[in-house]
Each structure stands twice: as structure tokens, then as C-alpha cells.
Ligand binder design. Structure first.
Ligand SMILES: CC(C)(COP(=O)(O)OP(=O)(O)OC[C@H]1O[C@@H](n2cnc3c(N)ncnc32)[C@H](O)[C@@H]1OP(=O)(O)O)[C@@H](O)C(=O)NCCC(=O)NCCS
Length: 178
């Protein structure tokens, strides 16, 4: 398939995209999506997904602990996720850490915005009062997205991420419940 027709397929499929809470049937697809994006070696703190068994356990345990986790599904395939996992310390449980990703072919089609909107709405309804994240200072698309959703920069974490021997600073960004 040419890159043009692949892109057209991705666009028309994106119209049928569903944003739904993660369920057991999505776990394998979620694991595959995380692995694909981690292997881009650019955006995530992991460079490959943990094993499927570990991923499954972490997701199911975090849901029990109050996490919000949605996936974007197109024609049965998980192509992205957004989650907010509450911290575990007794004094920090109102605060949750955001993670998200969309496989490359589906970026810049509004899916990240839809997932983030749904996740934040569910999080506030679940009593989460602070959402935070770290993002590489040179990751302009993600920073623009987070700013559009009311996240503000609270500081710079110096030499926060090391990929292939290079250190990168990261921003700490957060927003509070309305
Ligand atoms: C960051 C990411 C989640 C954005 O998702 P997305 O579906 O592409 O974002 P959207 O299409 O909803 O875009 C929303 C806004 O984000 C910003 N944005 C998204 N992609 C952008 C790009 N390539 N360049 C500049 N701004 C961009 C824009 O403000 C955009 O609004 P606009 O299209 O009206 O200008 C996606 O690029 C991704 O999954 N990247 C790899 C994984 C990752 O980086 N995860 C986050 C780690 S902190």
C-alpha cells in the first residue's frame, strides 16, 4: 500500500474511532501499542513495553487503585491510550500521573485531544484533584496539547531522561481539577 493510501485509510478509520475505558479485551492491543511507541525511542520513558504479564498486572492493579484509563479503538484495534494513575502515598492520593500515546499513523487527527478530554472528565468525577506529567522539553506537539488542556509548567527537571547516551531536560506540567 502506498503511503498516500495508507494515510487515507488511517484518516477514514479515524472517523470511526471509539474512546472507551480499557477492558480485559483491550489488554493485548494496549500492550502492543505501548511497545510500538516505546520502540520509537523518543517519547516514552520506557524503550520497550514490559512483558504482557506485567503490563496486565499493572493495569488491573492501577484500576483497582482508582486509575482512569481509556483506549482509542479503531476497527477493533487499540491505536492509543491515555491514563491517569493516582500516586500511592497517603498524602499524595489526590494526585495522579498522566501517560498517553497514539501510534504514529493516527497522530494529529484530534484523537489525543479526545482521549485527554475524556480522561480528565472521568478523573475529576473520580475525585482526582491534580493531574501531572513529565514531558521532554523538545516535545513541542505534546507540550502544545497539554497547554491547550490547561496544564501549566511547574518547573524543569534537568537531565531527566537519558536516551542513547544523551540527557534531556523534561518539564513538570500539572493542572488542577476545575
Ligand atoms: C502527543 C500526542 C499524544 C498528541 O496526540 P494527537 O492525537 O496527535 O493530538 P491532536 O491531534 O489531538 O492535537 C491536539 C493539539 O496538540 C498539538 N499538536 C499535536 N501534534 C502536533 C504537532 N505534530 N506539532 C505541533 N502541535 C501538535 C496541537 O496544538 C494540536 O491542535 P491543532 O491540531 O488544532 O493544532 C501524540 O503525538 C503521540 O502519541 N505522540 C507519541 C507519544 C507521546 O509523545 N506521548 C506523550 C509523552 S509526554
Amino acid at each position: 500500500m502506498s503511503s498516500e493510501s495508507w494515510s487515507a485509510t488511517a484518516t477514514s478509520a479515524a472517523a470511526n474511532i471509539e474512546i472507551v475505558p480499557i477492558g480485559r479485551t483491550h489488554l493485548a492491543g494496549f500492550h502492543a501499542a505501548v511497545d510500538k511507541i516505546a520502540k520509537e525511542r523518543r517519547y516514552l520513558t520506557m524503550l520497550e513495553a514490559p512483558s504482557f504479564t506485567r503490563t496486565r498486572r499493572v493495569v488491573l492493579e492501577s484500576l483497582k487503585a482508582g486509575a482512569v484509563h481509556v483506549v482509542a479503538v479503531v476497527e477493533g484495534e487499540v491505536i492509543g491510550w491515555c491514563d491517569l494513575r493516582p500516586k500511592t502515598a497517603a498524602t499524595l492520593r489526590h494526585s495522579a500521573v498522566l501517560g498517553m500515546g497514539i501510534v504514529a499513523a493516527y497522530r494529529r487527527r484530534g484523537i489525543g485531544s479526545r482521549m485527554l478530554a475524556t480522561t480528565l472528565e472521568l478523573a475529576w468525577a473520580h475525585g482526582i484533584r491534580r493531574a501531572e506529567l513529565n514531558v521532554r522539553v523538545d516535545h513541542a506537539p505534546a507540550i502544545a496539547l497539554y497547554r491547550r488542556f490547561g496544564f501549566v509548567e511547574e518547573g524543569t527537571c534537568r537531565n531527566y531522561i537519558n536516551i542513547d547516551g544523551v540527557d534531556y531536560d523534561a518539564l513538570l506540567m500539572a493542572r488542577l481539577a476545575p
